[in-house]
Design a protein around this ligand. Structure first.
Ligand code: FAD
Length: 258
């Protein structure tokens, strides 16, 4: 299988750097092909702007969505964007690896998503009508591929528990797991999270590494999070709200998991 790791940490000798190196080795030893997009090492341009469409005329009004659609359809995307899209087409599984910064991904990784996820590639795919609101949430360009987040946090595990002060980790990661990964069609695996990183040292690191290794070994067999597909009957279209008789007692993020 082909695995793409999109990795965002500025220091190769960090915990994240060590986990990324370990993942590459473990996956390759298991016979998988691995590519790494090391965003800091690539000096990845994070800001989406008019320069992303090489066909953009200086001074012309820049509409980010329409420019993305135009550039994707006409082959005028910047080369760095097209290259990352090729890696995504190649991959059977995508791993996004990052330290939790301000309850989300580092800006450089958000910028990778914003720029690489072009209109017509990751969104705006499929028929949009009153009966079918696009191929998304369970369908789309990445359908049949798997994805997993690898996240490290300074906060302790109980801080991210169901009643923890930071909010449950699954809620914090919902916009990434459901909005960025499930939306364009990935089957999304439960995240691998490393908490309380300040306490990790030579003595505890081997346990973290082994737990991570097991998740990598199970990349093809772990059951994905059971998000509800948009176009399989659970939602009223085009409002895209859950049908009144589907989990009527649930609201918020949890309602979208079977
Ligand atoms: P490092 O600092 O590199 O390492 C962590 C520990 O692991 C160190 O003790 C180090 O010695 C040890 N270690 C590293 N490599 C090895 C190795 N190979 N073998 C053995 N030990 C090793 N945290 C939150 O919980 N929520 C937030 O919202 C949040 N926001 C943040 C925002 C910013 C801007 C920043 C800078 C930090 C934030 N943090 C937050 C903390 C952040 O999530 C952690 O600092 C980060 O996850 C740690 O990962 P690292 O790779 O940088 O670890």
């Amino acid at each position: 299988m082909n695995v793409l790791i999109v990795y965002a940490h500025p220091e190769p000798r960090s915990l994240n750097g060590a986990l990324k190196d370990f993942a590459v080795q473990r996956l390759q030893q298991a016979g998988h092909a691995v590519q790494v997009s090391d965003l800091y090492a690539m000096n990845w341009k994070a800001a989406l702007d008019a320069e992303d469409d090489t066909g953009h005329q200086p001074g012309a009004h820049f509409n980010p969505s329409l420019a993305s659609k135009h550039a994707f359809e006409n082959g005028t995307q910047r080369a760095d964007i097209a290259y990352e899209q090729e890696k995504l087409r190649w991959a059977d599984a995508l791993i996004l690896q990052f330290p939790l910064w301000w309850f989300s991904m580092p800006a450089i990784l958000k910028g990778w998503v914003e720029r690489v996820y072009a209109y017509g590639f990751a969104y705006g795919v499929g028929e949009h009508s009153d009966t079918h609101w696009g191929d998304r949430y369970g369908e789309g360009t990445f359908s049949g591929k798997r994805a997993m987040l690898v996240v490290t946090t300074g906060g302790w595990e109980p801080h991210y528990s169901a009643r923890g002060i930071n909010g449950p980790i699954d809620d914090l990661l919902f916009p990434i797991n459901h909005g960025i990964l499930y939306y364009p069609g990935f089957d999304v695996l439960p995240p691998f999270a490393v908490y309380r990183t300040g306490r990790i040292d030579e003595a505890t690191f081997p346990d973290v590494r082994e737990a991570f290794g097991r998740r990598l070994d199970d990349l093809w067999t772990t059951a994905p999070i059971a998000y509800r597909p948009q176009n399989a009957g659970a939602y009223d279209i085009p409002a895209c709200t859950l049908r009144a008789d589907v989990a009527p007692e649930k609201t918020g993020f949890a309602a979208h998991i079977e």
